[in-house]
Design a binder for this molecule. Structure first.
Ligand SMILES: Cc1cc2nc3c(=O)[nH]c(=O)nc-3n(C[C@H](O)[C@H](O)[C@H](O)COP(=O)(O)OP(=O)(O)OC[C@H]3O[C@@H](n4cnc5c(N)ncnc54)[C@H](O)[C@@H]3O)c2cc1C
Length: 547
């Protein structure tokens, strides 16, 4: 019987979690051949057609081989009974199953982080990173780059329906823009995606795959990090499980957590870092009393609206039978057509709250609609309608409602307890109501008469503020952007400092979206990679300073 305490290997850096952040950090740290890096990922290490093909993302949400499902709730929010959330569980993590919408967030998001005391996290620094990270189809711009590892494409499908929706947006006073990520006011345009040549270009494909031949980078897949080991409050390694085998690896320099916002807090708690009373309840010895671990969770609460179309301009029907076969063949031959993009044709960033000074909601438009009969939340395999339909989705960008995620027990395999608390904050309810009315005003604009017909979800009976909020209970879901559960800052509830070091101990950092103090205003995939990029710069700077 092997001794589980025997150290199996020593690496300078051990990166726990091979998702969006983990891939970026492992790839960038291993650029220096003088350091050794071990990347540990709970899921498999594979790259297949379903990951590459953008429309494949809808299928991957249902793939237990690539995703892990988390039951949320109960809680006091808009969905008190909870819902099922999926997360990528493979190399690339959620960035390998996500919808590839590529949004920076707003400059104000990062400036807010800096303003509350996080030095070096303002827009000027983060903008530089986006410019270095990207290879953008529109060429270089104020916040765009060329020649970087992440390929960014503006949706090339110019459809008649989206043309009409964008025209309606213009008539509502929004600017039609070529690049929604360029800073500005209310705006509408075709969606940017991290897709290149019709294929996904996310953290695994852009960062890890090109690095994985390096002799100083070891990837250990299908292995769960159970806890961080400490000696005299310094992280010295990790205890992991591969199948039935418990193993220990030592870190010469640092342990780096990148298990995502749902699982990083769990690993911290099981390692003895968390609220002392909470840890006592689950029988974990306290290394550092850190009451903010697992708190401050922010998630976008996304509502869906569906409309019947009077024209056959929907993509419903393109993903079954001979049409599916034709579309797959087209993608295989030319990397184009409905399989070459994930289906969120156009988007808008608009101010909804009367007091807003910049866009406070993110709207997304799609040429598909779901069959109501199959509706049981996003992750349960909704089918597309047979009749032509379209969807509008929207969420307030800066949710103030806060949820939490905590280990239920000392068992690392047990899923954590997640309380979402959607719309418990008055601000979120107010913006959600204004946003809902704005979505309706857009889609009922006279310019769309003759194209768009009745609302099938949530329906014309939803009119008053109370009815709108009630509709959120049925027709809302996660943006899939939960973050902030090990937030950066310098107050008593902050878990990491602005160098991303876990406060109160040595040799341990968090680099994933757990560290976001507040949400970024749209999807979190691009910000996750940018934050991890900055994290690797910080780690390298600190290593030089320590010499
Ligand atoms: C269904 C879905 C759709 C999304 N759509 C979009 C989109 O269209 N655009 C966008 O920008 N963003 C999108 N996102 C969000 C984006 O993918 C995430 O913000 C981003 O991936 C977060 O990066 P992360 O590194 O924090 O976590 P993840 O990418 O989730 O990575 C965490 C990794 O850690 C591993 N892990 C966890 N615990 C352990 C452990 N104990 N030991 C070892 N490994 C562990 C996991 O298996 C996973 O691989 C979506 C997310 C989901 C889930």
């Amino acid at each position: 019987m092997p001794d589980p305490n025997a150290v199996e290997g020593t690496f300078d850096y051990i990166v726990c979690g091979g998702g969006a952040a983990g891939c970026v950090v492992a790839a960038r740290l291993s650029e220096d051949p003088a350091v050794s890096v071990l990347l540990i990922e709970a899921g498999p290490d594979k790259e297949d057609a379903l990951i590459a093909i953008p429309r494949g993302f809808a299928k991957m949400l249902l793939s237990e081989a690539r995703a892990r499902y988390f039951q949320t709730g109960p809680d006091n929010g808009a969905k008190p009974g909870g819902e099922v959330w999926s997360r990528g569980r493979m190399i690339g993590g959620s960035s390998s199953i996500n919808g590839m919408l590529y949004f920076h967030g707003l400059p104000e998001d990062y400036d807010r982080w800096e303003a509350i005391g996080n030095r070096g996290w303002g827009w000027p620094e983060i903008r530089k990173i986006f410019r270095e990270m990207e290879d953008h189809c529109l060429g270089a711009g104020e916040a765009r780059g060329v020649g970087g590892p992440v390929k960014v494409t503006i949706n090339p499908e110019r459809s008649r329906l989206m043309h009409a929706v964008i025209r309606a947006g213009r008539e509502c006073g929004w600017d039609e823009v070529a690049d929604l990520n360029e800073p500005g006011g209310d705006r509408i345009g075709y969606t940017p995606f991290n897709i290149g040549n019709g294929k996904r270009s996310a953290a695994a494909q852009a960062f890890l795959r090109p690095a994985q031949g390096r002799r100083n980078l070891t990837i250990l897949a299908e292995t769960l990090v159970e806890r961080v080991k400490f000696e005299n409050r310094k992280a010295t390694g990790v205890v992991v499980r591969t199948g039935d085998r418990v193993r220990t690896f030592a870190a010469g320099k640092e342990v780096i957590l990148a298990c995502g916002a749902l699982q990083t807090p769990q690993v911290l708690e099981l390692s003895g870092i968390g609220s002392a009373s909470r840890l006592a309840n689950i029988g974990i010895d306290v290394i550092q009393d850190s009451p903010g671990v697992g708190e401050n969770m922010r998630e976008h609460c996304l509502i869906i609206m569906q409309r019947r179309l009077l024209k056959p301009w929907s993509l419903n029907g393109q993903f079954e039978g001979w049409r599916l076969a034709k579309n797959v063949a087209r993608w295989l031959a030319f990397k184009s057509g409905p399989m070459a993009f994930p289906g969120f044709d156009a988007a808008a960033l608009v101010a909804c709250d009367p007091e807003a000074t910049h866009p406070d909601a993110h709207l997304i438009f799609s040429r598909t609609s779901m069959d109501l009969g199959s509706w049981d939340g996003w992750t349960k395999g909704p089918q597309l309608e047979r009749l032509p339909g379209m969807q509008l989705m929207g969420y307030p960008s800066q949710p103030q409602s806060q949820g939490s995620v905590h280990a239920r027990s000392a068992d690392p395999a047990e899923a954590p307890e997640i309380r979402v608390n959607y719309l418990t904050d008055e601000y979120d309810r107010r913006v959600s109501i204004h946003m809902f009315r704005k979505m309706r005003a857009l889609i009922e604009h006279p310019t769309l008469a003759g194209i768009v017909a009745e609302e099938t979800i949530p329906g014309k009976d939803v009119q008053t503020d109370a009815e709108i909020l009630e509709a959120f209970a049925t027709y809302s879901g996660p943006g899939y952007h939960a973050c902030g559960t090990a937030r950066m800052g310098n107050d008593a509830m902050a878990v990491v400092d602005d160098r991303l070091k876990v406060r109160g101990v040595d040799g341990l950092r968090v680099v994933d979206i757990s560290v976001f103090p507040t949400q970024t205003s749209q999807n979190t995939g691009a910000p996750a990679m940018a934050v991890a990029w900055r994290a690797s710069d910080i780690i390298r700077e600190d290593a030089v300073a320590a010499r």
